[in-house]
Design a protein around this ligand. Structure first.
Ligand code: FAD
Length: 533
């Protein structure tokens, strides 16, 4: 008999899971509360302008390509992708500019213009992080369902490279003396919603990924990738129901057996939750059924920062790169304001995407789209967005003009703003924390909500709230991990297309376990003592 799965949410995690499960012969239905697919990776379209709502950096396309291949197609066949060069410009508030390019020689010249003595560190950084990524990949591709999963050969191999007690910034001091050069290789921790001064050093692989595998722009924006995924899923027979919010997950004892929506009941053999993890738990699963992740415990967890967004349709064009990151003169203070004091900085860092230089399909001829993102605190009583919205907007307009986008305000023809309060209420993101639970060591691997949800049976998580974490490539990886577990549990035999390359290799060679040594490894990572249910 055909097995059935219901997926709550048509974000990237939900769509990738739908493709994988349907490719394996499962009958899949996606229920989405909004009238559009893509979740935070959808678009805003108005007056001839088109903006990505959330992601604009598409990194490491390999994972999604493998998922498409499981469905008999490829990323290139579905979406036109452009590799950006320069990848982005960094403009430092304290002075200086760095155009970051994947061309090694040109990048060395760029670094030399800022800090000549830091040039040799670049190739050393690339070499060390190449090895680090190779060691980490199997961990990112595997489920972490308990501390026993840490006690594996592959984690031990990683240990000398991981430097678990260092932040990315501290780690980068081994390569670069100039603070600005270090920032160029660590601001990427903001992709996880974290400060590079607190983000674990293993995430230095983020900037490495950019130089090694590229920063890509999908023509039509990242939302075009979501559209392509929905298309592929539907070709495989997946049913996508829009405007159908799930109100509760139905249980028989401790087993999920379906969901109830505003339109009725959907029974299933398995339920996959792609909706924001903490919000979904609060809204859809009774508190008394959750042990490890009940409401009181959720409230005590650490959450990522949020973002203040401006989507501006502007008459005229800008002689600016596709991505520019404007770093505050008071960078450390700005991060402290966001993560510790939960107040708004007067000199915030921000990012501007001027995508029409690469992709004229996004605006009417002779016009541009400017996407402006300022990292800010997640929702906190210190900031009342009803009061701050227009003041902060005015501040951002001043900052943008000072950053060299002269004369732009009077050319704005379309404007939309999203504050952390909007992320919370309109997009159902817990505390408006756009990048989910923080990626601190105590909330990673088996200490993150498990892909096979540990509190209940028949329920699986995909997306930024589970292992491996937030960001598109790892969200696609979470879909691969959760789908594999779901198929195993339903006794559906379909391993080949779901297994990533390195795991297939590992399964063949099958390393043996040596618990004594591995326990030490886990303890060194600071993860051993907090065993799971
Ligand atoms: C501003 C911003 C910028 C980002 N930039 C990048 C970037 O450049 N690169 C990158 O890799 N990542 C980036 N990310 C992070 C991440 O890749 C995206 O947020 C991604 O969309 C998260 O995917 P997801 O599958 O976890 O969940 P989501 O995209 O949030 O999808 C979840 C879906 O569940 C639906 N849902 C919620 N509740 C219900 C319900 N009750 N019933 C039915 N459906 C429901 C939601 O409507 C949504 O469609 C960014 C995120 C944000 C917000």
């Amino acid at each position: 008999m055909t097995k059935e799965a219901v997926i709550i949410g048509a974000g990237p995690g939900g769509l990738a899971s739908a493709i994988l499960l349907a490719s394996a012969g499962i009958k899949v239905k996606i229920l989405e509360r909004l009238p559009v697919i893509g979740g935070r990776t959808s678009s805003i379209e108005a007056d001839g302008y088109k903006f990505d709502l959330g992601p604009t950096f598409f990194l490491y396309p390999r994972v999604l390509d493998e998922i498409f291949r499981a469905a008999g197609t490829s990323l290139r066949d579905e979406v036109e992708m452009v590799r950006l060069d320069p990848q982005y410009r960094i403009q430092f508030g304290e002075g200086g500019t760095l155009d970051c390019t994947p061309n090694i020689e040109r990048m060395e010249q760029s670094i030399a213009a800022l800090a000549p003595s830091d040039v040799p560190g670049f190739r050393r950084f690339l070499a060390e992080n190449r090895a680090k990524l190779a060691a980490m990949e199997p961990c990112l591709e595997s489920p972490f369902l308990g501390w026993q999963d840490l006690l594996q050969m592959r984690l031990l191999k990683m240990l000398p490279m991981l430097r678990p007690h260092q932040s990315v910034d501290t780690y980068l001091k081994c390569f670069f003396k100039d603070r600005r050069v270090r920032l160029a290789f660590c601001f990427q921790s903001k992709y996880l919603g974290m400060s590079p001064f607190r983000c674990p050093s293993l995430f230095s692989i983020l900037s490495f990924l950019e130089y090694e595998h590229g920063v890509w722009h999908p023509i039509g924006g990242c939302a075009a990738v979501s559209q392509a995924m929905a298309r592929v899923a539907q070709r495989l027979g997946v049913e996508i129901c829009l405007n159908e919010p799930v109100e509760e997950i139905l249980f028989a004892g401790r087993r999920a057996v379906g969901v109830r929506t505003n339109a009725g009941t959907h029974r299933a053999d398995a339920v996959v939750v792609n909706a924001d993890f903490a919000r979904a738990m609060e809204r859809m699963v009774p508190d008394h059924l959750r042990r490890r992740w009940n409401n009181a415990k959720l409230a005590k967890k650490k959450y990522s920062c949020s973002t203040f967004m401006m989507y501006l349709g502007v008459e005229g064009t800008f002689d600016r790169p596709h991505h520019t990151i404007h770093i505050s003169k008071q960078y450390a203070q700005n991060l402290d304001d966001i993560e510790n004091h939960h107040i708004l900085s007067e000199d915030p860092s921000f990012y501007v995407q001027n995508a029409c230089v690469t992709d004229p399909t996004l605006a009417p001829k002779g016009h541009s789209t400017l996407y402006v993102l300022a990292p800010v605190s997640h929702l906190h009583p210190n900031i009342d967005w009803n009061k701050e919205r227009s003041r902060f907007r005015k501040l951002m307009f001043e900052k943008i003009a000072q950053a060299g986008y002269t004369d732009f305000e009077k050319r704005v023809r379309y404007e939309r703003i999203i504050t952390p309060a909007d992320w919370d209420t309109r997009y159902e993101v817990y505390r408006g924390a756009t990048f989910n639970l923080a990626h601190s060591l105590d909330q990673m691997l088996h200490l993150r909500p498990h892909n096979r949800f540990e509190d209940l049976d028949g329920m699986y998580l995909v997306g930024g709230g589970t292992h491996p974490g937030s960001g598109l490539p790892v969200i696609f990886e979470s879909a691969r991990i959760s789908s594999r577990l779901l198929l195993e549990d339903l006794d559906v035999n379909s391993e080949a297309p779901l297994l990533p390359g390195s795991l297939r290799e590992e399964a063949r060679t099958s390393a043996s376990n040596k618990p004594g040594i591995f326990t030490t490894a886990a303890t060194m990572l600071g993860l051993r003592s907090k065993s799971t249910t």
